[in-house]
Design a protein around this ligand. Structure first.
Ligand SMILES: Nc1ncnc2c1ncn2[C@@H]1O[C@H](COP(=O)(O)OP(=O)(O)OP(=O)(O)O)[C@@H](O)[C@H]1O
Ligand SMILES: [Mg+2]
Length: 260
């Protein structure tokens, strides 16, 4: 089977800075792939290239074997790529349920577009949308919080809600940018189980940027290491952890949060 996502030799330059250089990486269906590297290595830029915020100056981004270089961000969401952000970007003033329902606008399976246009199915679909949103909320044990404003949730729950919001778009591929940032060890463990469960129950693929080594090494099928925009190592967590280059990259930069 062809990979779900394939980055073929992609590069992007900002002025004189090569933020990503000749990067190739594949993500198979139902695979969790870790993307690690020191601060400024180019990890978030890779997400911006996959989601169409930026276009590569060279190389191609392939999704389900299709070159999507020319697709706009919302078209990529339609195709099945969704992300979370390094700094949480929920609609803070909206309720938990509204955050989910808004994301479902992208979900072709649910057909919310016709309801937005007030076609005859409007009322029936509105009920379906609410029902589906509740199912998502039940999945993360947040049904009782459905009418809370997102900003009032505890931090860890906001992070989980952001992941479920990405799932609610109907995405096959989830890009998670440092989902454990700011979490305590207990929340991080819970998050780790949650990501693994999402992959297993919902058959999603995940590209995971994370500085928490326990998390990324604990659930990834493979890990790629970026340094100055280049992939220096790729392999199974056990191989990457003991790789000399990787150890030097982290220790050499005194990057505290990357060592834990
Ligand atoms: N739009 C832009 N214009 C100019 N430089 C940029 C732009 N976006 C990113 N960069 C630069 O590209 C490099 C990679 O940044 P990026 O945000 O991808 O790093 P990162 O690996 O996600 O780091 P962190 O772990 O701190 O989040 C950095 O030097 C950054 O300053
Ligand atoms: Mg980043």
């Amino acid at each position: 089977m062809t990979p779900l996502l394939e980055l073929r030799d992609i590069s992007i330059q900002f002025g004189g800075l090569k933020a990503v250089s000749n990067l190739s990486l594949t993500i198979e269906r139902e695979q969790i792939v870790g993307l690690i590297g020191p601060n400024g290595a180019g990890k978030t830029t890779v997400f911006n290239l996959i989601t169409g915020i930026y276009r590569p100056t060279a190389g191609g981004v392939f999704f389900n074997s299709e070159n999507i270089n020319k697709k706009r961000s919302y078209e990529r969401t339609w195709l099945g790529i969704a992300r979370t952000f390094q700094n949480i970007r929920l609609f803070k003033q909206l309720t938990v349920a509204e955050n989910i329902i808004f994301a479902m606008h992208y979900n072709r399976d649910i057909g919310i577009f016709s309801s937005m246009l007030r076609l005859p199915h409007f009322w029936r679909e509105r009920n379906e949308v609410n029902k589906k949103a509740n199912e998502y909320l039940e999945y993360i044990n947040m049904l009782d919080m459905r009418n809370e404003r997102a900003e009032n949730l505890p931090y860890g729950r906001q992070r989980e809600l952001e992941i479920v919001r990405a799932i609610a778009t109907g995405a096959e591929l989830l890009l998670l940018d440092e989902p454990a940032a700011g979490m305590n060890p207990q929340e991080t463990k819970q998050l780790m189980r949650f990501i693994d469960k999402v992959r297993n129950d919902m058959h999603k693929s995940v590209l995971l940027i994370e500085h928490d080594m326990g998390l990324v090494m604990g659930i990834s099928d493979k890990v790629a290491v970026l340094d100055y925009g280049q992939k220096i190592v790729e392999g199974k967590p056990s191989e990457v952890q003991h790789n000399k280059k990787v150890i030097e990259t982290y220790l050499g930069k005194g990057d505290d949060d990357a060592e834990s």
